[in-house]
Write a protein that binds this ligand. Structure first.
Ligand code: NAD
Ligand code: TYD
Length: 332
């Protein structure tokens, strides 16, 4: 297959491109990425010399460019997005632009060029907080912050293009990912690297919010399966099946880094903080997927990766990152 992957310099995108090039020797990948603060070419340094891989610096909202790079591909896999909830509370504009208008631009190109597949990557957060049970693909969308609302907008637009124009769209909605190359604003890499630096771990609210953790390579395998075997117009949940309260996760990270629990710093809760996400993943399991990485071992491997790749994350925690934290904690 010849793939256009958007957002390939981000966390999941870079892991996915490496997965595809490893698992499918005959595939070729063009990576279109705008290189925002979260996009890092170093995430793919090891595949730069691969003749099956090409990088294009650009924006998914640029219709002419998208058409140019999409021409002749067998599928578009959209991983380009603004992704951090806390940033969406302070600066929502970019979320609406990329996560809604960007999806629209891709849909128009896929429709126009008659590309056989658009796999759009979404999130469990579109279902909103789930106090009991687990979300199924047909459940109502009840997003509660500008990030999840813009992702829900992108999903609904994609499904509308399937209904009205039969644009061959497939959507995956995964739970929280963790693993190598995750920008250190998200809770696991933030807490691991803070612990390694002996700086406090800012735990929001009572620390009892629950997330369902999925190792990024398990998500890549699921995305790959849905790309090749998923049905047009369908949504597939991808859940890790491992729910943990934030405070429990924090203690595990401190144990793995050998640091004291006194580093835990309770801070003001995130406004509109979703209490719990949980997915019913039977549908993707019926396609033949199951997570292969046990949570404890994958978390241990992730901590070891950050310990061994200080040269990767340390520069990311200065400059833009510091300015963002000053904005976040200066907000009142
Ligand atoms: P990320 O923030 O690490 O990377 C996003 C990438 O998109 C970056 O490389 C960035 O430069 C690029 N990008 C942003 N705006 C762009 C634009 N307008 N044009 C082109 N490129 C642009 O994100 P991630 O964690 O890898 O998430 C990828 C996708 O998976 C997103 O759609 C996200 O909503 C979804 N998702 C992520 C998680 C998670 O836990 N990380 C969970 C569920 C779903
Ligand atoms: P995050 O990694 O931002 O993912 P999401 O909000 O998209 O699920 O946060 C995961 C959980 O960790 C969430 O309940 C918020 C919490 N959290 C903290 O307690 N402190 C932090 O500094 C961050 C970034 C998150």
């Amino acid at each position: 297959m010849k793939l256009l992957v958007t957002g390939g310099c981000g966390f999941i995108g870079s892991n996915f491109i490496r997965h595809v090039l490893g698992a499918h020797p005959e595939d070729r990948v063009v990576n279109l990425d705008r290189l925002t603060y979260a996009g890092n070419p170093a995430n793919l340094a090891d595949v730069e010399g691969d003749t099956r891989y090409a990088f294009v610096h650009g924006d998914i909202c640029d219709a002419a460019l998208v058409r140019d790079v999409a021409r002749g591909v067998d599928a578009v896999v959209n991983l380009a997005a603004s992704t951090h909830v806390d940033r969406s509370l302070m600066e929502p504009d970019e979320f609406l632009r990329t996560d809604v208008f960007g999806v629209f631009t891709l849909l128009e190109a896929v429709r126009d060029l008659k590309i056989p597949r658009l796999l759009h990557i979404s999130t469990d957060e579109v279902y909103g907080s789930v106090e009991h049970g687990s979300s199924r693909e047909g459940d109502a969308l009840r997003p509660s912050n500008p990030y999840s609302a813009s992702k829900a907008g992108g999903d609904l637009l994609a499904l509308a293009y399937w209904q009205t124009h039969r644009v061959p769209v497939v959507i995956t909605r995964s739970s929280n990912n963790f693993g190598p190359f995750q920008y250190p604003e998200k809770v696991i890499p933030l807490f691991v690297t803070n612990a390694l630096e002996d700086t406090p771990l800012p735990l929001y609210g009572d620390g009892r919010n629950v997330r369902d953790w999925l190792y990024v390579l398990d998500n890549c395998a699921a995305i790959d399966l849905v790309l090749r075997r998923g049905k047009d117009g369908e949504v597939y949940n991808i859940g890790g099946g491992h729910e943990v309260e934030n405070v429990v996760l924090t203690r595990q990270i401190l144990r793995l880094t050998g640091k004291p629990e006194t580093l835990i710093q309770p801070v003001r809760d995130r406004p509109g903080h979703d209490r719990r996400y949980a997915l019913d993943s039977k549908k993707v399991q019926q396609l033949g997927w199951a997570p292969r990485h046990a949570f404890a071992a994958a978390l241990e491997a992730t901590v070891a990766w950050y310990r061994e790749h200080e040269a990767w994350w340390r520069p990311l925690k200065s400059g833009e990152f510091r300015a963002y934290y000053a904005r976040q904690y200066g907000r009142g």
